[in-house]
Design a protein around this ligand. Structure first.
Ligand code: UDP
Ligand code: MG
Length: 327
């Protein structure tokens, strides 16, 4: 049940922090302890859900040792299904009136949850953290993210806030709306914006990773951006139609020029190189856009297969919470 706006100032909401974790054996214990410390200041009702996204290291083992002391529910996937799916599972298992999503690597300062709760009490249903340190990032990430946000805002009717990630607090009604979405190709940044509700950003500077390296290589980031673009806009398909139309007009105009030249000025038709070059160009453009069509078809294929977005191999819960956790 959601807490009404008027009750927010005094309510003691149940808070669930949800943490997706992939190969975080060195980070997860400290992250969970930090979260516990801050949660204790926030409410007397809280718990944590850790989704182990098919880690190859001892992440699940470390989390299991903290199940009782940190009120953790461990949801272990049968293999790595990716962060977006881990987050979706986390929402399904979160019982709280408020759900906060945080990374397992210590980059998200737990103290920011206090500000998030304050904003929720002021009436916001979703409070997202907006990173402020983008200027120090590699030029690939910087320019890539600029291009991505520009493309999304030009082509999609939903407004995805810049530099806001998964670190955010959500009211129960937002979480219920997220869980109700049936799509399998999940691009969470887009989905958060798509569901709407009264939202606000708060600034934060990500801390350095405690140990290890980011699981997101350049290739993975490009794949994620592509999932976002194809999931939330039909711009690539529109570009195909537009390019086709422009090329057809140019070809028609050129054809007219050739006819006029031949009929009235008796000029000889230009030679083969032009023909071959333009044929190759048009063939290239056609193949490119058939590829774009294929990408959308692949998404449709993925959806109609109806496979679940993840498989849960095991759920470990603290004893007092041994009731079914899935809502
Ligand atoms: N993560 C995950 N599944 C994956 C990759 C990452 O659950 O396939 C988790 C990871 O353990 C961390 C969060 O997602 O808690 C963010 O990942 P990472 O730190 O690698 O990414 P970045 O900070 O560069 O966005
Ligand atoms: Mg990280």
């Amino acid at each position: 049940m959601t807490i009404t706006d008027s009750a927010r100032l005094t309510a003691q909401p149940h808070i669930t922090v949800m943490v997706p974790a992939y190969n975080e054996e060195k980070n997860i214990a400290q992250t969970l302890r930090n979260i516990c410390d801050v949660l204790q200041q926030m409410s007397s009702h809280w718990d944590i859900v850790v989704v182990d996204d098919g880690s190859h290291d001892r992440t699940a083992h470390v989390v299991q040792s903290l199940v009782a002391s940190c009120r953790v529910t461990l949801v272990r996937f049968s293999r790595n299904f990716g962060k977006e799916n881990a987050i979706s599972a986390g929402f399904n298992y979160a019982k709280g009136d408020l759900v906060i999503c945080m990374d397992a690597d210590g980059q998200h300062a737990s103290e920011l949850m206090l500000t998030m709760l304050k904003r929720w009490r002021e009436g916001y249903d979703m409070v997202y953290a907006v990173r402020q340190d983008r200027a120090q990032e590699s030029s690939f990430k910087l320019w890539g993210s600029r291009l991505f946000y520009r493309m999304m805002s030009a082509s999609s009717h939903i407004d995805i806030p810049r530099d806001a990630g998964d670190f955010r607090l959500m009211d129960r009604k937002v979480v219920d709306a997220l869980c109700a979405l049936p799509e399998r190709n999940r691009f969470m940044k887009g989905i958060y914006a798509w569901v709407g509700y009264k939202s606000i950003g708060i600034p934060y500077i990500p801390l350095p990773r405690l140990h290890g390296e980011s699981a997101y290589s350049k290739l993975k980031l490009i794949a994620l951006a592509w999932t976002g673009i194809t999931g939330f806009s039909v711009l690539p398909l529109r570009l195909a139609s537009l390019t086709g139309a422009i090329l057809a007009i140019i070809a028609f105009a050129y054809g007219a020029v050739v006819v006029i030249d031949t009929l009235f000025f008796h000029e000889s038709v230009p030679g083969w190189p032009t023909v071959v070059a333009s044929m190759m160009f048009f063939a290239g453009v056609q193949l490119l856009f058939i590829g774009v069509l294929g990408e959308y078809l692949a998404r449709v294929y993925d959806e109609v297969k109806g496979r679940p977005p993840y498989i849960v191999a095991e759920v470990v819960q603290p004893e007092e919470a041994a009731q079914p956790a899935v809502r």
